[in-house]
Design a protein. Structure first.
Length: 135
């Protein structure tokens, strides 16, 4: 599982435990950024993941009826990217996002959030939010 912990002015505690999560990514310009999503390994295929880039993270996540988890990015502008099918035995789906050779992109940090569709259970779930960072 993926744990969302915090250690601040008080004791260490875990905000959320998720069985599916994604990595976000970091890459140089004129390279590719590896992005992965994870679900529990299984013996049957059926999970596909994708992510959306947005203008900003939301200060308070939004719950949407019929979708597990919460939306944590601004829905006023969403740009879709496919991660792909999960390898059942590993629980992992991976894609490589090409980063153009454009100096104006250097230092860009884009809020993003992934989702996973489980075709066997017929469920759609928001995963964690993460940043897409271009160095």
């Amino acid at each position: 599982p993926f744990f969302d912990p915090e250690y601040g002015n008080g004791p260490y505690h875990v905000f959320d435990v998720q069985v599916a999560w994604w990595t976000g990514g970091r890459a140089q310009i004129n390279t590719t950024m590896e992005i992965s999503a994870y679900v529990p390994p299984s013996t049957s295929p059926g999970n596909i993941s994708f992510f959306f880039a947005a203008r900003r993270f939301l200060p308070t996540p939004i719950t949407l009826a019929g979708i597990g988890g919460q939306l944590g990015i601004d829905p006023s502008f969403l740009l879709y990217f496919d991660i792909g099918l999960h390898v059942p035995q590993l629980g992992r789906a991976t894609t490589n996002l090409p980063i153009p050779n454009d100096q104006s992109l250097r230092g860009l940090v884009v809020p993003a959030q992934a989702m996973t569709f489980d075709a066997i259970a017929n469920t759609l779930n928001f995963l964690n939010t993460a940043a897409i960072t271009i160095q």
